[in-house]
Ligand binder design. Structure first.
Ligand SMILES: Cc1ncc(COP(=O)(O)O)c(C=O)c1O
Length: 380
């Protein structure tokens, strides 16, 4: 199947008992057994597996070209599950620009774990090879990053991980499998905040891991089952429904994203526009190589450099909603320093370029004329 067909049919089958085209919401915690240890069907207890979640997990594996998909109660729960694969003494290499919650988990939750993290600028892969040693167990990349749209060259990093027998994990939340397939480029595991583009309607918090091999999938399923941050049946249904229109939504997100980036790029009050589709973007060539489009996330800051200007702009928006999160059908605007990335210390934020006047837009799928009009009036 090609991608658009997979979003609808990948791993799916009609319900065998009723013919229902969409899997029913199996809102049950447990399943009857005929004799101890002999369930009626394939299911025993919903923390281990639930048929609605299974349908979603099959869809996830299909669209990301992996062997096994797993659905979690949030994106961070998915990341945390993967992190449980490592032990004291292990080392992980990651990027110097990460979603704030991922950074908070690595620096605070895993602070006393004995796992050592290296935060490097992956623009220059010598920075990666310089810190690899026999304890290095994983490279974790987010590409494009939240909020500066930095990219990591997945295929080039995969060469390094393969040569050194290291796991490569890719947070594909911003890219989505519509735009890039990390497993095809050499990743071992893909992570998603399914809250965002996969679900796509700002009505659910969910996460996903997709493993390249059945063996890794089995290991991660054991960790998920044994720690318990699984996605409920109703939320699984919502994410699955969202995936069925992922290709259509992403097409419009990309079209609108490009137009918003170009409008901002030509506006006298705007300093830098961070969008992988702009030829001036430092990672444009990598984006062209590994992505089939540039997505709907656009960040920018102000010529004035004044924090209050970004706050006033956000207060004046009418159609863009000032809110955390991204990837839904509606356009959202966010102030990373004060909202999503507030957990990163100011000096670290400024070091990587998350200024106090940076604004991040999640460009939705509304009519572009209305979106541009809103930006124009708020900038004025
Ligand atoms: C790139 C990225 N990764 C991970 C997460 C965490 O996902 P969740 O909020 O579903 O836990 C987010 C949330 O904004 C994100 O943007």
């Amino acid at each position: 199947m090609k991608f658009n067909t997979k979003t609808i049919h990948g791993g799916q089958h009609n319900d065998p008992s009723t013919g229902a085209v969409m899997p029913p919401v199996f809102q049950t915690s447990t399943f009857a057994q005929t004799s101890p240890g002999k369930p009626v069907g394939d299911y025993g207890y919903s923390r281990s597996a639930n048929p609605t979640r299974s349908a979603l997990e099959e869809a996830l594996a299909s669209i990301e070209n992996g062997a096994k998909g797993l659905a979690f109660s949030s994106g961070l729960a998915a990341t945390d599950c993967l992190m449980r694969s490592f032990k004291a003494g292990d080392e992980i290499i990651t990027m110097d620009d990460l979603y704030g919650g991922t950074y908070r988990m690595f620096t605070q939750i895993y602070k006393d774990s004995g796992i050592k993290f290296h935060y490097v600028d992956m623009n220059n892969l010598d920075n990666v090879t310089a810190v690899i040693n026999e304890n290095t167990k994983m490279i974790w990349v987010e590409t494009p990053t939240n909020p500066l749209m930095k990219l990591a060259d997945i295929a080039a990093i995969a060469k390094i991980t393969t040569a050194n027998n290291i796991m490569l994990a890719v947070d594909n939340t911003f890219g989505t499998p519509y735009l890039q397939n990390p497993i095809d480029l050499g990743a071992d595991v893909v992570m998603h905040s399914a809250t965002k583009y996969l679900a796509g309607h700002s009505d659910v918090v969910a996460g996903a891991l997709i493993a390249k091999t059945a063996e890794l999938g089995k290991q991660l399923h054991f960790q998920q089952f044994a720690t318990g941050a699984t996605l409920g049946p109703m939320d699984s249904f919502l994410v699955l429904r969202g995936i069925k229109t992922l290709h259509l939504r992403m097409q419009r997100h990309c079209e609108n994203g490009e137009k918003v980036a170009s409008f901002l790029n030509n506006h006298p009050k705007v300093k830098t526009v961070y969008y992988p589709g702009l030829v001036t973007h430092p990672f444009h060539e990598i984006a062209k190589k590994q992505m089939s489009g540039f997505g709907g996330m656009v960040s920018f800051d102000f010529v004035s450099g004044i924090k209050q200007d970004s706050i006033t702009f956000l207060e004046k928006l009418k159609l863009f909603t000032l809110a955390e999160s991204l990837g839904g059908v509606e356009s959202l605007a966010n102030h990373p320093a004060l909202m999503t990335h507030a957990s990163i210390p100011e000096e670290k934020r400024l070091e990587v370029g998350i200024t106090n006047h940076l604004v991040r837009l999640s460009v939705g799928i509304e009519d572009i004329e209305d979106l541009l009009e809103d930006l124009k009036q708020a900038l004025a």
